[in-house]
Design a protein around this ligand. Structure first.
Ligand code: GDP
Length: 177
């Protein structure tokens, strides 16, 4: 049981191109367009998150890989002190789901402590290009003890749920994996 710390560090994991930066930007600024993109390489975005149902708030540090994920391994600093991880795949690219499992294993190997996990199937707006069924994502999430949501940084659907869900689980002191 972790309890809700005043500052929550959430790391984003997932294949390059799945929409990690766009999810953080959509949550923080409410936008999705090229003009909204910040410089590549930003270490983290800070945003205030309200815990659903309780009204309690905490400061969320959303860490972005800034392209490091291309090298198949992230710096130890990236995981250090993280309370939660959102592992993102793209519902229109099946290989990104396998990559999500890879990042999960890396997380377990290198983080060395328990965290709240959230599996995110992003790009849910691209209905006609779907390659991964919602149920498949949910089953993977269940098997690793993670929360699950399908989101769209483009439409904004379920983006807040990613970050609020993590805060809610931390606040609730629910068992973590
Ligand atoms: P990252 O490498 O995981 O940080 O991915 P980015 O956030 O840079 O997004 C990669 C590409 O996917 C960009 O061209 C985005 O415009 C696009 N993208 C991200 N999220 C969505 C989404 O929810 N729907 C759609 N249609 N495109 C998205």
């Amino acid at each position: 049981r972790l309890g809700l710390p005043p500052h929550v560090k959430l790391v984003l994991l997932g294949d390059s191109g799945v929409g990690k930066s766009c999810l953080a930007l959509r949550f923080k600024h409410g936008c999705f367009d090229p003009g909204c993109r910040t410089t590549v390489g930003a270490a983290f975005t800070a945003a205030t998150v309200t815990v659903p149902g309780s009204g309690a708030t905490c400061k969320l540090e959303i860490w972005d890989t800034a392209g490091q994920e291309r090298y198949m391994s992230l710096a130890p600093l990236y995981y250090r002190g993280a309370h939660a991880a959102a592992i993102v795949y793209d519902i229109t690219e099946r290989r990104t789901l396998a990559k999500a499992q890879y990042w999960l294993e890396e997380l377990r190997r290198y983080a060395g402590h328990s965290m709240v996990l959230m599996l995110v199937g992003n790009k849910s707006d691209l209905v006609s290009q779907r390659q991964v069924g919602e149920e498949e994502g949910r089953q993977l999430a269940d098997s690793i003890g993670a929360l699950f949501v399908e989101s769209s940084a483009a439409s904004g659907s379920n983006v807040a749920e990613v970050f609020e869900g993590v805060a809610g689980r931390l606040a609730g002191g629910m068992p973590v994996s």
